[in-house]
Design a protein around this ligand. Sequence first.
Ligand code: CA
Length: 263
Amino acid sequence: MIRGRILIVEDEPALLRGLKDTFTSKGHEVLTARDGEAGLNLALTSRPDLMLLDIMLPRVNGYEICRAVRAHGLEMPILMLTARGQEEDIILGLNLGADDYITKPFRTGELVARANAFLRRQKGNAAQGARFGEYELDLASHKLFRQGKEVPLTAKEFRLLAYFAARPGRALARNDILDAVWGASVMVTERSVDRCVATLRAKVEPDSRNPTYIQTLRDIGYRFEPGAESGRRSAPTTPKYPLTRIYAFEYTREVHSAQRREK
Ligand code: CA
């Protein structure tokens, strides 16, 4: 069983309580904050293993927290709790150092599975060679092997796969992939990423139309899931608390307050 210290920053009291109870019942140590300032202080002083971070928060918002935490050199995974249909906000959060996001309303089981996957990788980051399914990526020779047999890749495909493999389970925005793999100076567009992903999928996915390793995040980018095939994805568990309606409420409330601010 994986245990970790989880910091939850969320200003909706019922949601915060539900999340705290859920993660506590799974054996985690849970720290909570209801505004951004308290959340940032806790993040910097208590060194959590994982952070669940709402975006719209009193005092200091989730983006500023992301930026400040990374500026202090802290590298714990940050999972953003976001409202549906706000892809630009998600991309901004990822650019500022968040690792992944989950859209409200979400299933508790999915959030717990995602959090546990991050904690598991934190503990077991000794695994250096990138392996997924039957594949092994050799960073020294710049080659990909499937059951010991080389799978020919173009230089770009290799760099893209190595970039993915170094960031398992993280939501990766197209523009970040583009900057890292293609370089900012070249005249390319985010479509170049999609095209390279398509050729890569044809080489590594058992079914490239229904990919397991390189998953598409609609309007955002991609997520590489090395353990996707081996059944590591947890089955959805029945939520212990009827949280969905609270999430829906929270979502509506955030949208309304966002609309008010825009006026
Ligand atoms: Ca909020």
